[in-house]
Design a protein around this ligand. Structure first.
Ligand code: D41
Length: 678
């Protein structure tokens, strides 16, 4: 039976649309269709190809699921060797690098143009396209010989099966890094844990393990991506004469290129770029272990050449290691605000992630079991960004003969009350509640903190003193402190006492949102408190709300609703609230605005770059409080972009799409105009 023309046309149109959507999603970071629409088109194309096998093509978007498994990997020789990178560890090494470049070029001092790009922590690969079709994918291996992983790379959707557009060389070898974004890695491990399977230690190992599969069906299910950083073999065509322009071509031909890539003038600008990315490293959706700097001019690159295995014209400046080995000296138990008892590792001090670490969290008893850690063990400690250092694994081979098991207390280490472990929780809790000094202290510290009641001068040390000396037991006690008694405390002179009392007095005028947050109800953070305040407008409505009513509030799910209900049902908690109000703590009631009437209702905003007055999360929360949705990437639907210094690709994208961009000053003015507190 002859194939009707219109079916061939339909299949071609579907392939084109699916390719376009893939490109928009993976290369431009700009999803344009709902998943359901994508899935519908894919299903229709599959149906057509199955019914009419003559429509099938190796580079169809349906061909990414993986075919029959291989029985071994074939070796691949890299015709143009895949070089390695020299490392730099500080600004001094960068100056030396620049000096070497200038000396080698021998034309005196000049400002060199560099292309900068994050150094992805993945697996380097090579992709060979002949006549625009993906012919072969290979790992870097030792740089000369790698393994053929064509069957696996074909399943990765940010790798085009055929090149887009025109003007590409007849033979083009593209090089880049295959990596697993952190979110995909977390999800993969979560699934593995649920099924009692082995987890991966980090995204890099997960990416390597996923590419080392003989069965591409397994690879197809792994959230891998590829970012390109250069080319190898090029025949039958010309490329531009600057590295950054080559990357631009690759992007047009369908490859993902790191959106953070930038061209800068001179080595100092390289340092500034490094510092900026070091700051934002944790906010990126993937792991990077440094920055790669390359001389942008390819003619200069050729003149500079390479030594042994590394080009002279490139260098990788590494970030401080985020993982180090050290010894676990002891495990102590800390009692938190809600009574949760957390094991804390006392470590032999070690320099990791740019600071000296001597404590790390062990989370809970399940975590200690999972790690199988004993006191005296050699452990691997990880400190990423500003998060609390963690013990990630144990080097069991180094366990000393006198290692001791960690034993959990059956009484609260602070107040001696019994401890309990709730059925569905991994933590044990002190049941002492507000008689437990540790919980009293933690509750008061939280209450006084800047984002809560903002009592200036009431720092952690002073709170501990006040509780230890019996001056306060709960937060309401702060409003009955006596001047004479305070003057008897160590290190408290007249001036500090008067300042403290004035700060306590001033804190009485607060907002409902701050008050709710300050109470330290479990799981009620700042954003939730703000939503609760805006939703109910006053304390009475909130305290009287049913679970159903609480569940209506943005951010409030069954767990939070339950904690709120427990708080309002607790006579002792309510007594503290009355005492606070009796002492004069007050706030203006809010007009309750229905969500659809909020000033930014229905608008999508994007926040990028570094803000001075607040973090990006806080900016996001404030925009949400005005009814805006906050998205991670700029699209045609974006209403406005708030851009601080260091904003990169999102800014360029906004310009391209003609989306409004405002700076932090304008953003603060806008917040002020709408009465949002900063
Ligand atoms: O992101 C990376 N991991 C990355 C690796 C990058 N952005 N650029 C790179 N450039 C090169 C040269 C300069 C040698 C072409 C690299 C690598 N090499 C590389 N990756 C693994 C070994 C070498």
């Amino acid at each position: 039976m002859a194939l009707p023309d219109d079916l061939a046309e339909e299949a071609q149109a579907l392939r084109q649309r699916l390719d376009d959507w893939n490109y928009q999603y993976y290369v431009l970071d700009d999803p344009t269709v709902p998943d359901a629409e994508y899935d519908r088109c894919m299903a229709r194309l599959r149906e057509l190809e199955q019914a009419h096998p003559e429509l099938q093509r190796a580079d169809s978007p349906t061909q990414r699921v993986g075919g029959a498994p291989l029985d071994k990997f074939r070796q691949v020789a890299h015709e143009v060797p895949m070089l390695s990178l020299d490392n730099a560890f500080d600004a001094g090494d960068m100056l030396d690098f620049n000096r070497r470049l200038l000396d080698r070029l021998g034309e005196g001092d000049r400002v060199i143009e560099f292309a900068c790009e994050p150094k992805l922590d993945g697996i380097a690969v090579s992709l060979l396209y002949r006549g625009g079709l993906l012919e072969r994918g290979a790992t870097r291996g030792d740089g000369t010989t790698g393994e053929d992983i064509t069957h696996n790379v074909r399943t990765i959707r940010s790798i085009p099966l055929h090149l887009r557009g025109s003007g590409y060389p007849a033979m083009l070898e593209v090089r880049g890094e295959i990596y697993m974004p952190r979110a995909g890695f977390e999800a993969l491990n979560r699934r593995a844990r649920e099924r009692d399977e082995k987890t991966f230690v980090n995204p890099r190992n997960a990416a390597a393990g996923s590419l080392r599969q003989l069965d591409a069906k397994i690879t197809a299910e792994r959230p891998l991506e590829m970012c390109c950083y250069g080319v190898g073999r090029v025949e039958g065509g010309e490329l531009p004469d600057r590295h950054a322009e080559v990357l631009d071509c690759l992007r047009e031909w369908g490859f993902r290129v790191n959106p953070e890539s930038r061209v800068v003038q001179g080595i100092e600008a390289c340092d500034a770029y490094y510092e900026e990315l070091a700051q934002r490293r944790q906010a990126l959706p993937y792991d990077i272990d440094g920055i790669v700097f390359k001389v942008n001019d390819l003619a200069l690159q050729r003149r500079l050449g390479f030594v042994s295995r590394a080009p002279r014209w490139a260098i990788a400046r590494k970030f401080p290691a985020q993982e180090e080995m050290t010894r676990l000296l002891d495990v102590e138990f800390q009692v938190g605000r809600t009574g949760a008892i957390t094991p804390v590792a006392r470590l032999e001090p070690v320099f990791v992630g740019g600071v000296t670490v001597s404590n790390a969290t062990l989370h809970n008893s399940d975590e200690i079991l999972r790690l199988g850690v004993m006191i005296g063990d050699t452990v691997i400690v990880r400190r990423a960004g500003d998060v609390i250092p963690q013990v990630v694994s144990v080097v069991t081979a180094e366990r000393p003969a006198d290692a001791r098991a960690v034993s959990f207390p059956d009484r609260c280490p602070v107040c001696g009350s019994v401890v309990e472990r709730a059925e569905d929780e991994a933590v044990i809790r002190c049941m002492g509640g507000l008689v437990c000094a540790a919980q009293q202290k933690a509750a008061i510290k939280h209450f006084a903190s800047r984002r809560a009641m903002d009592i200036e001068g009431l720092g952690d040390k002073l709170v501990e003193q006040l509780v230890d000396e019996g001056l306060v037991e709960n937060v309401a006690g702060l409003f009955h402190l006596e001047r004479e008694r305070l003057l008897q405390l160590e290190r408290m002179g007249e001036k500090s006492v008067d300042n403290l009392l004035a700060a306590i007095e001033a804190s009485k005028q607060t907002t409902l949102a701050r008050f709710i947050f300050a109470l330290g109800i479990r799981e009620v953070g700042e954003a939730t408190a703000l939503n609760l305040a805006r939703h109910f407008g006053n304390w009475e409505q909130l305290a009287a709300a049913s679970t159903e009513q609480l569940l209506q509030v943005a951010d409030v799910g069954p767990v939070v609703a339950d904690h709120l209900a427990q708080f309002f049902a607790s006579a002792s908690s309510m007594a503290v609230v009355s005492a606070l109000r009796q002492a004069g703590v007050c706030w203006p009631d809010l007009e309750v605005t229905p969500v659809e009437d909020l000033p930014l209702a229905g608008q999508t905003w994007v926040v990028t770059g570094k803000l001075e007055a607040m973090g990006r999360d806080e900016a996001k929360m404030r925009l949400q409080s005005l009814g805006a949705k906050v998205a991670g990437s700029v699209s045609a639907k974006t209403r406005c972009v708030v851009a601080g210094p260091g904003a990169g690709s999102k800014l360029a994208r906004a310009a391209e799409l003609d989306v409004e961009v405002i700076d932090e000053a304008a953003f603060l003015k806008l917040l002020d105009r709408h009465g949002v507190e900063i």
